[in-house]
Design a protein around this ligand. Structure first.
Ligand code: CA
Length: 195
């Protein structure tokens, strides 16, 4: 069974870990961030090999899921390819394998084709924007610093307000304490001089 599934994989033309380097190259150059295959794949070294999340280590069930994903030519088909991560599988779901292959010639159009509604790591930056920025769409602490700051500021605005209030109250109390001490010192000095 495993041999049959593996044969299917080979017959359907899976070619290399670098099968779709156009997208990685675009994302890296556009975002100016070093990224590897882990943006879309289960393994940072890509799908070829015998490591975890690579073709050589797949079980018969995983090979079946791989074949199913590779045959998802139309958009809207839920796939669970074991060599892809959640973002990679969602790309196939959103645009389908046919459109994905077409976009190899225009990797800059993948973000628009995928759309900006999904934010898999819930860090406030859409998956498609993370693709453009060259940041990881499944890591909530990896993103454009300014975008993350704005998102966190909005998410924790009550905390920020309370912190600012506490700081202001602390400064107000300290200034009055110092003022009171200064007054007592002046009064004490005045009494000393009058005696
Ligand atoms: Ca995100």
């Amino acid at each position: 069974m495993r041999q049959i599934s593996l044969l299917l994989v080979l017959l359907t033309g899976w070619s290399a870990a670098s099968a779709y380097p156009e997208f990685q190259r675009f994302s890296q150059e556009h975002g100016g961030q070093p990224i590897n295959c882990a943006m879309c794949h289960a393994s940072g070294d890509g799908p070829e090999g015998a490591g975890r999340g690579q073709i050589g280590s797949l079980t018969p069930d995983e090979l079946n899921r791989l074949n199913a994903a590779r045959g998802a030519f139309a958009a809207g088909v839920l796939v669970e390819s074991p060599i892809l991560n959640e973002f990679g599988n969602k790309i196939i779901y959103q645009i389908g394998k046919t459109r994905f292959l077409e976009l190899r010639a225009h990797p800059e159009q993948l973000a628009d084709a995928y759309g900006f509604a999904s934010d898999l790591d819930v860090d406030g930056i859409p998956d498609a924007q993370e693709y453009l920025d060259g940041t990881h769409p499944l890591n909530e602490v990896h993103g454009n610093p300014w975008r993350l700051f704005l998102h966190n500021l909005a998410a924790y605005k009550l905390h920020v307000f309370m912190l600012a209030l506490a700081t202001a109250a602390g400064l107000w109390g300290l200034s009055h304490l110092l003022f009171g001490l200064a007054q007592r010192t002046r009064a004490s000095a005045a009494n000393h001089n009058s005696n």
